[in-house]
Design a protein around this ligand. Structure first.
Ligand SMILES: [Zn+2]
Length: 289
């Protein structure tokens, strides 16, 4: 038996936000001048993750924090060498809805340059830190398109304070009729009556029982909709450093992380995971470049 999804239009796409333990949003370590003094763990966590992906012949798209990409170019090169792809996760990991258009453009282009300098490969995709694009004061998609980006992966189509967007599709789509080459690649959500719940990444992926994640993914693929998973390198190292936070924040940042590796191995064993660039829907435009 082949892995699920091989005969279905809907595929499983894996995305990884390449950031370190101190990039968790909403706590006290947001000042980049502090980052310089902190131990970097993303390198070892990413190499561990790359070995796991190799074992399952899986591919992923890594959304890289530019500041970190500048400091760990060898890991970025290794990501590329193993057949994966890189895209932008901003330079300073700031959500677009916390910036002006001028600041966003500057941060975006700085991250693009940092990643391209490290890898020699054009950056074509973007994911907003914290999926923070709701109530953005400017049209960030216009800025992306103007600077040659071919996809965005910042839409969070489920319930969540500050980031949830309820009425958008929860599978890849073209957001701009006038530019059919540009894709939106949202995180996956499943409907429970009138409520939509994201199941494929972050705290949801860590905390939801594995059977709910797997059955939700199967339902989406059967409808012909690709499933977009997301996680962080730190998620596969549950004994790594954590930030000081209140208990409910810790639950959100770290809850379920001791079970995540096994859950990921289950997914990798039963689904064929690919990158955004190599997915069947999006590859004809993005992957062809
Ligand atoms: Zn992030």
């Amino acid at each position: 038996m082949g892995k699920a999804g091989s005969k279905q239009k809907g595929q499983s796409i894996l995305t990884i936000d390449y950031e370190d333990w101190f990039h968790v949003l909403g706590h006290g370590l947001l000042d980049p001048s502090v980052w310089e003094k902190l131990p970097v763990h993303v390198e070892t966590d990413t190499l561990r993750l790359l070995d796991l992906l190799d074992q399952h012949s899986a591919r992923a798209t890594f959304f890289v924090v530019g500041w970190l990409g500048e400091r760990t170019p060898d890991v970025l090169k290794e990501i590329i060498r193993r057949g994966h792809h890189v895209a932008s996760h901003g330079y300073y990991h700031i959500p677009p809805n916390k910036m002006s258009e001028f600041e966003f453009r500057k941060d975006l282009l700085r991250s693009k340059e940092a990643i391209e300098n490290a890898t020699g490969i054009s950056v074509l995709g973007y994911r907003a830190p914290g999926f923070g694009v709701r109530d953005c004061s400017f049209c960030y998609l216009d800025v992306l398109q103007k600077h040659g980006f071919l996809y965005d992966s910042s839409v969070f189509p489920g319930l969540f304070p500050g980031r949830g967007q309820g009425k958008v599709p929860s599978h890849p789509y073209r957001p701009d009729q006038s530019n059919p080459e540009f894709w939106e690649v949202p995180i996956s959500a499943i409907g429970f009556g009138p409520v939509r719940l994201v199941f494929s990444g972050g705290g949801f992926l860590r905390l939801l029982p594995g059977w709910i994640v797997r059955s939700s993914a199967t339902r989406s693929r059967r409808r012909g909709e690709s499933v977009v998973y997301y996680l962080h390198p730190r998620d596969v190292n549950p004994d790594g450093p954590t930030v000081d936070a209140r208990w409910w924040q810790r639950l959100r940042y770290y809850g379920g992380r001791y079970g995540l590796l096994r859950k990921l191995e289950d997914i990798l064993s039963s689904e064929k995971l690919t990158s955004i660039e190599e997915s069947r829907e999006i590859m004809p435009t993005v992957g062809a470049l």
